[in-house]
Structure formats: C-alpha cells, structure tokens
Design a protein around this ligand. Structure first.
Ligand SMILES: CC(C)(COP(=O)(O)OP(=O)(O)OC[C@H]1O[C@@H](n2cnc3c(N)ncnc32)[C@H](O)[C@@H]1OP(=O)(O)O)[C@@H](O)C(=O)NCCC(=O)NCCS
Length: 154
C-alpha cells in the first residue's frame, strides 16, 4: 500500500497512544464500499460487533471478484482478519480492496477499512481492520470453474 503520512492523533482522547491516524485514504486501492454503522450493530461493550464488520468486509471483498468473474462465486476462505481498532457508532467507514493473487479458479483480495470518527473532534483516518479473503468461481452445480479471460500466471 502507498502508506500515507502517519501522525499520532492528539485531539481525540478516545484514541489511545497506540491509535494511529493517516492524513489521507489510500490511492493505490479501489474504494469498494462506504457505510456508517448504527446502534443496532453494537456489541455489549457499546462498540460495533465484530461479526457485523466481518460481513461488511466479505461484501466489500466480493466487489472486485464480482466484476472479474461475472458469474457465480463463493467465499472459500478468510485467510487473515485483524481488528486493529474498535469501530464506533457513527464512524464513516471506507473499505478499500485490491487483488493480491489470481489463481485458476480463485482470486484473493486484501481489504483495508478506515474510519473517520464523525462523532469526535479527531481528524484523519484510522485503519480499523485489515483482511485477506479468497473467492472461487463456481458453476451451476457449485463446483470450481476456471476464471475466464484472466492471465493466471503469477
Ligand atoms: C468453494 C468450493 C466450491 C471449493 O471447492 P473445493 O473442493 O475446495 O475446490 P478446490 O480444492 O478445487 O479449490 C478451488 C480453488 O479454491 C482454492 N482454495 C480451496 N480452499 C482454499 C482455502 N482454504 N484457502 C484458500 N484457497 C482455497 C484452491 O486453491 C483453488 O484455487 P485455484 O484453482 O485458483 O488454484 C467449496 O469449498 C464450497 O462450496 N465451499 C462453500 C462456499 C460457501 O458456501 N461460502 C459462503 C460461506 S457462508
């Protein structure tokens, strides 16, 4: 990733010393989803439920495969999933994605999620989640199918 300038967030007391904000969103990945979580998406701590974030990441990760495969496909694996910072109600979340591997029937994408804390005075974008997911093209009977018109060489 073209990592933007990193600066410690000093304005928002809710951000711990380990919380890091960036001044701009990535420019080398595709913006595939923007969404604001609601109170109904919270866990018992009052932060956003991890399962909600995972569902959004799966949806966001499927955007590039949908455009590439142009047919049926399924998520076969979540290779990596890291919740780096909590997601808060009212955060404006931006999901960025890019292809990291093209296989014969599968493709792997990386998803990075950045939050803008709309309910605080902090500025910048906080990376809250990063993940890697693999999607497989499938035929009508649900069996793996070669992805067409793609150079499968590494
Ligand atoms: C997707 C599915 C058809 C693949 O079947 P399969 O028998 O594992 O197929 P294969 O072993 O031939 O693998 C197919 C491709 O998936 C990849 N793959 C399989 N398991 C994988 C894993 N755990 N991690 C990463 N890639 C994987 C293989 O490397 C292969 O890729 P390639 O052709 O690009 O080299 C089958 O696993 C399935 O139906 N899973 C359920 C999918 C689903 O319901 N998802 C939603 C969950 S709620």
């Amino acid at each position: 990733m073209n990592t933007p300038e990193i600066s410690p967030s000093s304005k928002d007391p809710a951000n711990s010393m380990s919380a890091r904000t960036v001044a701009q969103l990535p420019t080398d990945q595709e913006l595939v989803l923007k969404v604001i979580p609601m109170p109904a998406d919270c866990n018992a701590n009052g932060d956003i439920f991890g399962g909600w974030v995972m569902a959004q990441v799966d949806l966001a990760g499927s955007v590039i495969p949908a455009r590439t495969i142009r047919g049926r496909f399924a998520t076969v694996a979540v290779n990596q999933f890291v919740f780096k910072q909590p997601v808060k109600v009212g955060d404006l979340l931006s999901f960025f994605s890019k292809i990291t591997h093209m296989g014969r029937t599968s493709m792997t994408v990386r998803v990075e999620v950045f939050a803008e804390r709309m309910r605080s005075s902090s500025e910048g974008f906080l990376k809250v989640t990063e993940a890697s997911l693999t999607y497989v093209a499938i035929d009508e009977s649900g069996q793996p199918k070669a992805i067409q018109n793609v150079d499968h060489k590494p």
